[in-house]
Design a protein around this ligand. Structure first.
Ligand code: MN
Length: 364
């Protein structure tokens, strides 16, 4: 775990901007050209306002069953992410991408029943340090993937950052200091597998379990402790394709689950309102993890695990508009956009637009 104070986090940020170190712990940075300096918030001298969005790309595809999703961060940027955030009136800094090792180089394809575990762990470890520092600075982390295994790094970074912030502020006599995180997980799948239950062994089907403290210990204890969230503050939305043992795991875990049938019956607005209230009960931070496979494949064909009967274009936007309007959102993650499977980047553009809705874009 990285020792952290808000001052140290800001020093790290200054070093990154001067190009003294790459985003991957001193390794060469793969690309960083997108950093929009004119939009840079001046947090050398004071905390960045919470509305400053810090983008971190994680070009990871080794948690998924097929390659290509590692090009997701590029697809989102090419799909207009910066322009759309600007149009939504958000300040942002793009920190570039985490460096990911390739399995061809590491020759570590299968590791027990958690495929590519060393690569996923290494990337999530680097990601968690960055996310932690952004939280410490009081910034808004926006993580773009990459397959859903990267959530393990995001959650660890959020949980550690929130703890360190809590410690730093506790001494100031402010009374109660925020420290718990709620999660809304929008996904066709439950992502509640473990190496024991997973039919494929792909880690992108396991991050919810890992956040709850179940799975390989190196993953559950990334950042030094587990669990990262309480099951009672986790809400799954959009479910329609669950593995047999995963169904039982969801029922046993204590997480809240809204299937596509719930959305059909009650409408997205009602589901989201209840989801926000469940995820923010006794919590101070709200993270939304959005798997693009939650959206129907006719609208979002560019993803590896398509399932028909998904969210419509408007249901997806409405969900994120309402979450944004709640004023509770403190971090966001978009995953599983795979441009190799896409149709002229329509899924990349959709995902960039959905991020803008989550971050405050208004129709009127
Ligand atoms: Mn997922």
């Amino acid at each position: 775990m990285i020792a952290g104070t808000p001052q140290e986090a800001r020093a790290w940020d200054r070093e990154l901007r001067r190009g003294r170190r790459g985003i991957d712990n001193g390794a060469p940075q793969t690309h960083n050209a997108a950093m929009p300096r004119s939009r840079t918030a001046p947090f050398e001298t004071h905390d960045s306002p919470p509305e400053t969005v810090h983008i971190i790309g994680v070009p990871m595809d080794h948690g998924a069953g097929r390659r290509g999703v590692g090009m997701g961060p590029s697809a989102l940027r090419i799909g207009g992410l910066h322009e759309k955030l600007k149009a939504a009136g958000r300040e942002f800094v793009d920190h570039g991408d985490i460096l990911i090792r390739t399995p061809e180089r590491l020759r570590a394809k299968v590791e027990g029943k958690a495929n590519n575990l060393p690569i996923v762990l290494r990337a999530c470890d680097a990601l968690h340090e960055h996310v932690q520092r952004i939280v410490l600075m009081g910034g808004f982390p926006l993580v773009i993937g990459g397959d859903h295994s990267i959530n393990i790094g995001t959650m660890a970074g959020l949980a550690v950052g929130v703890r360190e912030r809590h410690k730093a502020e506790k001494g100031k006599g402010k009374g109660r200091v925020p420290r718990e995180i709620g999660v809304i997980w929008i996904d066709a799948h439950g992502d509640l597998n473990t190496p024991e239950t997973s039919p494929s062994g792909n880690i992108h089907g396991m991050p919810v379990s890992v956040a709850l403290g179940k799975g390989p210990r190196v993953l559950t204890h990334l950042g030094g402790f587990a669990p990262k969230v309480q099951a009672n503050n986790v809400v799954l939305i959009g479910l329609r394709d669950l593995d047999r043992e995963e169904k039982q795991a969801i029922l046993d875990s204590g997480v809240h689950a809204f299937t596509m049938q719930d959305i059909d019956m009650r409408g997205m607005a009602g589901v989201i309102q209840e989801a926000v209230s469940l995820a923010t009960r006794n919590t101070d931070y709200l993270h939304v993890s959005f798997d693009i496979d939650s959206v129907d494949p006719r609208v979002a064909p560019g993803t590896g695990t398509t399932v028909f009967g998904g969210l419509t274009y408007r249901e997806a936007h409405l969900a994120l508009e309402l979450i944004s309007e709640s004023g509770k959102l403190t971090s966001f993650e978009m995953v599983e956009v795979n441009p190799i499977l896409d149709n002229y980047n329509m899924t990349g553009e959709l995902a960039a637009g959905l991020i803008a809705s989550a971050l405050g874009k208004r129709i009127l």
